[in-house]
Design a binder for this molecule. Sequence first.
Ligand SMILES: [Zn+2]
Length: 336
Amino acid sequence: MFSATLINDPFDDPGVYIDLRYRREALLFDLGDLHALPPRKILKIQTIFVSHTHMDHFIGLDHLLRICLGRDQHIALFGPPGFIGQVESKLGAYTWNLVENYTNDFILDVTELHERQQSTRRYRCRTAFTPEVMTDEAAYSGTVMDRDDLTVKAVFLDHQTPSLAYSLEEKQHLNIMKNALIDMNLPVGPWLSELKQRILRGDPDTTPVEIRGKHHIEKDAATLPLGVLRERIIKVTEGMKISYIADAVYSDDNAAKIVNLADSSDIMFIEATFLDEDSERAKRKYHLTARQAGKLARRAGAKNLVLFHFSPKYRGREQHIVDEAMAAFRGNENGV
Ligand SMILES: [Zn+2]
């Protein structure tokens, strides 16, 4: 239950805004120019996943700081090797001598990811962003975030510098249908959360489930098979998967990692800087072509494809980029 949209035009800085409406929270993939977002949307951001720190992917940190300063904001940022030092350099470029007078708490938790380890530093506005060590070289195995509602994974791609590609997967959600409970004359009680756990665990449909409520009296209704309950009182909301593939060269290694990470994405955001006619240039610049992006999305079995990061040289030819990628995505390359 979220929406994911490009922040800017595909010719401008990369970035995807994910609005988790049910939690009044937003996440970002990449931190390019944020001026297209109104401050109320910026203030919803709680987590930011940065692919790499080329300027077009990272310049938004200044604007973010400007909007959040003097407010109660707690933001987690994730980025590639060197990220902690780079955030510190940005923070170090300003004078913070009066911030201890602020009554609000603005906190940044910055995590730097390496292939097998991660380190986190905390920066509080009130202490003039003096670094605090949260974790140092803790184990990292590919999962950046894992909480009740979603999981975020990352892989390292080659863009002549490490570039992180991310996938966000919402977990399956089980909702109890209150009306069905009433219709079946079943009580509310802790048995409902036990039932949810059993379903998520994959217990067989024949498993007897004990129904215990405060006012439960009917003996013969004390158990019902799990399958019956699941069908009649549970509504399953399937989770969505979004992947964000920023700058990367087309190589066998990158392709395999992208296809694996983005497997069955509902929406796959992927950079398509060049047209196939400029594939040599794309290789030299460590970027993908539209055709390569389409092929990768096809191999990943993505349901929808959103392209970004178009080279300014193609202004006015946007449709050409989209058509080339979509033909490869649909396996209809003769149409190009
Ligand atoms: Zn870029």
